[in-house]
Design a protein around this ligand. Structure first.
Ligand SMILES: *[C@@H]1O[C@H](CO)[C@@H](O)[C@H](O)[C@H]1NC(C)=O
Ligand SMILES: *[C@@H]1O[C@H](CO)[C@@H](O)[C@H](O)[C@H]1NC(C)=O
Ligand SMILES: *[C@@H]1O[C@H](CO)[C@@H](O)[C@H](O)[C@H]1NC(C)=O
Length: 309
């Protein structure tokens, strides 16, 4: 009799385990990311507060495959560094990483403009672009001891297929070569931008670890309920992806802290939908003392830490 009871208990346990393994896994939720270095205002890694209880990524902005001449032109995948290399140098990367075990550093490709001119994604052929991009980026990533890349093209000359194959093959090759351990994309809600990134997601979503969706590209007056709807819409678009909520510290757009950004993030976290938070940018936050960075990290921290944060 006892034997049968044990049998039934085991049977039920097994059924429960089988059910649990089929539940969708919650996104990684203690990830904080911040773009740094695009605006030449002397911001340093050490200026930004780092909470020891989050996973922290700096994203160097930007590496660009355009020349820096008076009339910029595409270099077919030969990337050059356009961030502030004086304040964000290889030795400063090594120093911040050795001081904080929870810090990783990535670089972002594309960016917006060189000297006011749109940096359109453009490739002569998939193979030549990928080959040049792998060579030039591998050198930069190894020189700076970086861990990942972010894709942030916002203008497009070539068709979807070229963008998808170039970027998909670039990420795949860098991962297979052990040069990077993670990759993210940074789309926003614009017809042309979304059509390119959704096509990339469809074919290469399996090599993309995070979606840095630029929610601050929505209107400045965005409300909490609008934001929740936008987030839900992008979770559907990038199905199965780790979607990060985002904020800009330049005061330009999206749901602001004043209008409830952190309320929305807490709600998403409770619903186990929040893949992290990122901020554009450290350069803009410097003057106001990084208060949103502190608040974001407190919200994300694994163990609640009520001290200085
Ligand atoms: C709480 O945060 C402070 C400030 O970063 C840090 O010095 C302290 O070690 C943290 N405490 C715990 C228990 O993580
Ligand atoms: C681009 O060129 C301008 C003018 O020569 C220079 O001031 C700037 O530092 C250059 N930027 C990069 C990233 O090389
Ligand atoms: C880049 O694309 C934009 C439209 O997205 C266009 O206005 C601009 O002229 C293009 N720039 C170059 C250098 O082709």
């Amino acid at each position: 009799m006892r034997f049968i009871k044990l049998f039934i208990v085991l049977f039920i346990l097994q059924a429960l385990l089988a059910m649990a393994s089929k539940l969708p896994t919650a996104p990684k939720s203690d990830l904080f990311r911040e773009y740094i270095g695009a605006e030449d205002n002397n911001v340093k890694f050490t200026d930004v507060p780092i909470n020891p209880n989050v996973e922290f990524h700096y994203i160097l902005a930007f590496a660009i495959d355009y020349t820096n001449s008076s009339s910029p032109s595409p270099t077919n995948g030969e990337f050059k560094i356009f961030w502030d290399t004086h304040n964000l140098s290889p030795s400063q990367v090594n120093s911040i990483k050795s001081q904080h075990g929870n810090v990783k550093v990535a670089l972002s490709l594309g960016g917006d403009t060189v000297r006011g001119q749109a940096c359109n994604f453009s490739a002569s052929s998939v193979d030549s672009w990928v080959s040049n991009a792998v060579t030039s980026l591998t050198k930069i990533i190894q020189d700076y001891n970086l861990d990942g890349i972010d894709i942030d093209y916002e203008h497009f000359l070539s068709n979807h297929d070229t963008f998808v194959e170039c970027i998909g093959k670039l990420i795949t090759t860098l991962k297979n070569n052990g040069v990077i351990s993670f990759a993210s994309i940074a789309p926003f809600d614009d017809k042309e931008v979304q059509s390119n990134y959704l096509a990339l997601w469809k074919s290469y979503g399996h090599v993309i670890d995070y979606v840095n969706f630029q929610f601050y590209a929505y209107d400045k007056g965005t409300s909490v309920s609008q934001f929740m709807n936008y987030f839900q819409k992008q979770r559907k678009n990038y199905g199965g992806g780790n979607i990060l909520a985002s904020i800009t510290s330049n005061g330009k757009g999206g749901l602001s802290p004043k209008n409830g950004f952190f309320t929305a993030c807490r709600r998403l976290k409770r619903q186990r939908k929040l893949g992290g938070i990122f901020v554009w940018s450290a350069d803009d936050s410097k003057d106001s003392g990084f208060k949103y960075e502190k608040k974001s990290q407190t919200l994300l921290a694994k163990h609640h830490n009520h001290s200085s944060f």
